[in-house]
Write a protein that binds this ligand. Sequence first.
Ligand code: KIV
Length: 280
Amino acid sequence: MGAEIPTTDIRISADTIRRHKGGTPIVCLTAYTYPIARLLDDHVDLLLVGDSVAMVLHGHETTLGASLEMMIAHGQAVMRGSAKACVVVDMPAGTYEDSAAQAVASARRMVDETGCQAVKLEGGVGMARQIAAIVAAGIPVMGHIGLQPQSVEKDGGYKIKGRTEAAVAALVRDALAVESAGAFSVVIEGTVETVAADITRRIAIPTIGIGASGDCDGQILVIDDMVGLTVDRVPKFVKEYADLRSVISHAAGRYAAEVRSRTFPGPGHVFSATRHGDDA
Ligand code: KIV
């Protein structure tokens, strides 16, 4: 196993991630905002501005609520808040599937307006042309195969992939197609563990698992799930490393009680007419 990706003054590039195949596991998290990017930047190799932002921050039912403008705004915030991590921004549904030209135009806008290192899009064999065209335009692409959240309505729900021989073969075909199209890495989401492990051995680009396998070259989780902020359903593959739901709810309860009892603001939180130099 190789060394960790070194910390330098310059950002980790998509190519550095690609060359880290088989090394120390690549640490990835989603981020959507400036303060969270600032907190995560020291700890991760890659920050994904996922289209999960539509659900997590904007309250949409699915990721189909994301738009190019929404992704660009969050991409800009994450770029401002990070200095080291490789930042990848998701291409939202409806901005790349129709043609290679549409995919290149959307990816170009994403990179020009955010300065991100790469874009991500969902799909295997069916999106190989789009991936190849974006890569040919000089923009690194991360693939996304297995459970594809942009297709959950079409698929009839969040279904684990790779439970039949045919499904395993389709997943392997998708992984190989994404690799040959020139992607620098691929997210494998919601698959039977052995399939993700097998794909990791078969392809030469890093696999980033989410609900996939500990044998993947890296792991990613949605930040709000990981810190216990998700209020609705938390998927089985998530490990909650903190319980921010309770922390925030407790803090809000104390604040409400203190406002109602006029305990807050106290003397330390107001400005007297006589003292100077204590501006907020
Ligand atoms: O949108 C997202 O957050 C993602 C991750 C789950 C990989 O695509």
